[in-house]
Design a protein. Sequence first.
Length: 106
Amino acid sequence: MLCRVKWFSTDLSKSVIYRIFDVMLTSEQCRAARALLDWSQGDLAEKAGVGIVTVRQLEAGTHEPRRATLDVIRRALETAGVVFIDENGGGPGVRLRKPPRKKGKH
């Protein structure tokens, strides 16, 4: 079951949330995750094994992606160190995983 929800903010930018079962990825989360990693849309497409058009459509909110597509995109971002923050009253977001502490350093 795919649920597509749209709303508009005061600056008229489009926001789209894709929720398929337990996989949630907003167009904003995808763009923000790429920015944190300094990846282009082409970089993400290559790492996820999808076409660049797929990434563009996901981020623009013009395409309802399949669950498998969301899975591979999210997995590629998570493998690179992105942590997805689900809606928790403050809205969904992303951050980078804290790097592991090096032994012997305090």
